[in-house]
Design a protein around this ligand. Structure first.
Ligand code: HEM
Length: 430
């Protein structure tokens, strides 16, 4: 979010450095999701937070940081916490800073999506889009998704090398969602570019990240609008035509909402699913006995995806804004304060999962919070799980000797986003 960029910009001021020192003095811990250690492995730090300071006052987090499963879930379930960033007490101040850096306003610029809105707008838009995401609709994509994987892996011998991210994990979800929406898949390189740029607006990026990310979202929105106009003239059997019909019906969906929704669908499901595949493959390479079990009993792969999502979540955190005063762990939360909810930490809470730091693909991990919880629970969860299942099945069944192509330092390059976690390059040999 652009406001978070403005917030992080202030980290370089003396006042901010003083605040970080106070955070360290008061709690013995500093939450810094952009540090190299956190990127490589955030779990030891999460554990310390859960054990010693489950309601952590953080400068970098811009509010309270919650790390225990029950607390994270309770805030997500509580409608007195808003997903709309404009309720943040610091929003106006940081909006001014963002203005000074020429960052357009997300909300005024027409990028208000269901992800960052509250009922009744949220309910209306989500209801329209959910029709395309019923379990039946998603299951009907299975055959086509398998075909796409075949195409992506075609022409590879039994032995060779694979850069998992660009050869498979990135293009696979892009092609599928583009087909669902009904936008030309030949443009997939452009989608990947727009999507890579757009995620720069998430997390603790720079003003340049925010500016370029927003510019990409505007370009993508224009592109969508042009195709929407074609569908208005000649409707087809695709999601975009369905949304255009809803837009024509007047008060149900505005063109601005239609643009924002399509951009959200093209962006929210790409990097996240890419990370699911990357994190899952990495976890299985590090636990060969678990990979062997899945090769022996491929029927287990679908269930294993939940455990792999729990074990290393592609979305590490989300946030909500308190709209009324409350009390939690003996601390007073004031209306307008931000709650940073560590989904990745909740998934490793021993109060919710036995032996949480162990990967066990046979466990029932269905209650993990990797897709969030409550009103905003991921709309694409079923699709993402299907994609994860099919990608893992394709890799495990084709390549019995899948392994890192080099030492971990050379073969794995982690992405730098502080919200999304996953390798941006993963060199494999098979
Ligand atoms: C493994 C892959 C994925 C993960 C880990 C993931 C995770 C999430 C999370 C954590 C949220 C809620 C954030 C919050 O509560 O603030 C969310 C919302 C959402 N996701 Fe996903 N997602 C994934 C894939 C997808 C896919 C494939 C799509 C669609 C193509 C999608 C579409 C959405 C939408 C539309 C929302 C907003 C729902 C709402 O606000 O009501 N996601 N996702």
């Amino acid at each position: 979010m652009s406001l978070r960029t403005a917030w992080h910009d202030t980290l370089f001021t003396t006042r901010a450095l003083a605040a970080v020192s106070i955070e360290k003095l008061a709690t013995g811990l500093v939450f810094n999701p952009s540090s190299a250690e956190m990127r490589a492995d955030p779990y030891p730090f999460y554990r310390r937070l859960r054990e010693t300071d489950p309601m952590h006052r953080s400068w970098a987090g811009g509010g309270w940081v919650l790390s225990r499963y029950d607390d994270v879930k309770a805030v997500l379930a509580d409608k007195s916490y808003s997903a709309d960033e404009r309720n943040w007490s610091l929003a106006k101040r940081f909006r001014k800073r963002a203005d000074a850096h020429g960052i357009p306003d997300f909300y005024e610029g027409g990028f208000i999506t269901m992800l960052r809105s509250d009922p009744p707008d949220h309910t209306r838009v989500r209801r329209l889009v959910s029709k395309a995401f019923t379990p039946r609709a998603i299951e009907s994509l299975r055959g086509r998704a398998e075909q796409i994987l075949d195409e992506l892996l075609a022409g590879r011998g039994r032995h060779g090398r694979l850069e998992l991210v660009s050869d498979l994990a990135a293009p696979f979800p892009i092609v599928l969602i583009a087909e669902m929406l009904g936008v030309p898949t030949e443009d997939r390189e452009r989608f990947r570019h727009w999507s890579d740029q757009a995620v720069r607006t998430l997390g603790d990026g720079t003003f340049e990240d925010a500016r370029e990310g927003l510019a990409a979202m505007i370009e993508l929105g224009d592109y969508i609008e042009a195709i929407a106009e074609q569908r208005r003239a000649e409707p087809r059997d695709d999601l975009l035509s369905g949304l255009v019909a809803a837009e024509e019906a007047g008060d149900r969906l505005t063109m601005t909402e239609l643009r924002a929704t399509c951009v959200l669908l093209l962006v929210a499901g790409n990097e996240t699913t890419t990370s699911l595949i990357g994190n899952a493959v990495l976890a299985l390479l590090r636990h060969p006995e678990q990979a062997a079990l899945l090769r022996e009993e491929p029927k287990r792969i679908a269930g294993a995806v939940d455990e792999l999502l729990r074990y290393d979540s592609p979305v590490q955190l989300t946030s909500r804004i308190a709209t009324q005063d409350a009390e939690l762990h003996g601390s007073r939360v004031r209306a307008g304060q931000q709650m940073v909810l560590l989904l990745g930490s909740a998934n490793r809470d021993p109060a919710a999962f036995d032996r949480p730091d162990e990967l066990d693909v046979t466990r029932d991990a269905g209650q993990h919070l990797s897709f969030s919880f409550g009103l905003h629970r991921c709309l694409g969860a079923q699709l993402a799980k299907l994609e994860g299942e099919l990608a893992l099945d394709a890799l495990l069944s084709r390549y019995p000797d899948l392994r890192l192509a080099d030492s971990p330092e050379r073969a794995i390059e982690w992405g730098t986003n502080t919200i999304l976690r996953g390798p941006k390059r993963l060199e494999l040999a098979h």
